[in-house]
Design a protein around this ligand. Structure first.
Ligand SMILES: *Cc1c(COP(=O)(O)O)cnc(C)c1O
Length: 422
């Protein structure tokens, strides 16, 4: 399913022309489709349904992919839980109306304060990533007179075969507890008075398109669950993380959810434990785009540059991972024909790494609108104010309406927290 479709006034999202969104809210601007968000959640749910697992599954949206309150509220209303990695994310979920008892808390470096806040809120489970964190969480819980619900995030040592920056399940990763140490650590956790062992967790990486690594990880985790049960440590739930990949290029379709999840879900069909999943990118990535306007065309000796008003501070993935995003012309109100040529699509930031796309064959004029596709995940969430650039506005389209879900920052807000010496 493509997010944009041609209309009378150029490309549109649902029934809203992108040109109208740019005119109303300015550029750069993130645009999300409510219908596409719902469809992505539903596709995940349908795969669980197909394996008879939906009634004992909790889909915990990994909010670091995109933590706008409107998106969190939408998923909360659909029945989702949430996977958080900080106290800030906890506050966001609660502010959006998410239920604490549907939150799992991941991350390698939770502070004691974050542990305390999450315990007091009454979250579903802590995904504990080290022996030391286990001891610290126990101490915080004892101090509060509570028992912290815990899973160990176990590193199954499976190669997810994705970009090294988003591969998390190898022995060399900073994430999780080594597979060979997990059994002993569970036994130790069972002796700690501030902990209640609930489950097990693993998450091997992101933007995964091949179903085999996730299925292999599930096999290893299930084997460990059975060994633990035989030793008297019965787990209530199994959390198999997120990681399902999305389509970034028109010519490289991503497999459907059912294909990616199928082999993993087959292995869970006749288990009794309840299940947790932590999808992030796959619920939001293809449901958003970054709308930007061409400021300047610059024809150098070796390259043609289209300098647009979005930059690496708005969408960091190309600079960070050399990631590809399709870039298309919105095509509203173009009059004179421009000649197609290969453009470097770059932002105004003072870094040579500030590019959004290399070598894109486009017919451009200054003032044209471009849509940078598949930018709903790890786009706005990773945005910064580098070069004192206010972060972009965010808009959610619902049918023929566009709702502003985050207004553009003002320049004054950028330095409002700073002070000079007396
Ligand atoms: C980032 C993350 C996710 C979500 O990953 P996606 O690839 O966006 O689905 C899930 N669980 C944990 C622990 C994460 O860090």
């Amino acid at each position: 399913m493509s997010l944009t479709k041609p209309g009378a006034r150029g490309l549109q999202v649902e029934s809203m022309a992108l040109a109208d969104i740019a005119a109303t809210f300015g550029t750069p601007c993130y645009v999300y489709s409510r219908a596409a968000l719902v469809a992505a959640y539903q596709a995940y749910r349908d795969s669980l349904q197909a394996h008879g697992l939906v009634d004992r599954s909790l889909i915990c949206y990994a909010i670091k992919a995109n933590s706008n309150l409107a998106i969190l509220k939408l998923f909360a209303d659909l029945g989702a839980g949430f996977d958080i990695v900080s106290g800030g994310e906890l506050a966001r979920v609660l502010a959006a109306g998410g239920k604490a008892d549907r939150i799992v808390f991941s991350g390698v470096g939770k502070s004691r304060e974050e542990m305390r806040l999450a315990l007091e809120a009454g979250i579903h489970c802590f995904n504990v990533e080290s022996a030391s964190e286990l001891a610290q969480l126990n101490a915080v819980a004892v101090e509060l007179g509570r028992r912290a619900p815990v899973s160990l995030r176990v590193n199954p040592d499976v190669d997810a075969r994705t970009h090294p920056y988003i591969s998390t399940g190898l022995k060399t990763a900073k994430f999780g507890v080594a597979f060979d140490e997990a059994f002993d650590l569970y036994q130790r956790a069972a002796t700690l008075p501030g902990l209640a062992i609930k489950g097990i967790d693993c998450h091997i990486g992101s933007q995964l398109l091949d179903p085999a690594p996730a299925a292999e990880a599930a096999d290893k985790i299930l084997g460990l669950v059975d060994r633990l049960a035989a030793a008297g440590i019965a787990l209530d739930h199994i959390d198999l993380g997120g990681g399902m990949g999305i389509q970034y290029r028109a010519d490289e379709p991503a497999p459907p959810a059912a294909y990616y999840l199928g082999p993993m879900l087959e292995r869970l069909a006749d288990r009794k434990e309840s299940l947790v999943f932590e999808p992030g990118r796959s619920l939001v990535g293809n449901a958003g785009l970054l709308l930007t306007r061409v400021q300047v065309l610059k024809h150098g000796e070796a390259k043609h540059f289209a300098v647009v008003d979005a930059a690496m501070n708005d969408l960091m993935r190309p600079a960070l991972y050399d990631a590809w995003h399709d870039i298309v012309k919105v095509g509203a109100g173009d009059t004179a024909a421009a000649a197609p040529m290969p453009y470097e699509i770059v932002g105004p930031v003072c870094e040579s790494g500030d590019f959004l796309g290399h070598d894109r064959e486009l017919a451009l004029q200054e003032g044209d609108l471009l849509a940078i596709l598949s930018a709903g995940a790890y786009g706005m969430a990773m945005a910064s104010n580098y070069n004192s650039r206010p972060r972009a506005a965010e808009v959610m389209v619902d049918g023929a309406q566009a709702h502003l879900i985050r207004r553009r920052e003002s320049v004054a807000e950028l330095f409002a927290l700073e002070s000079v010496l007396p």
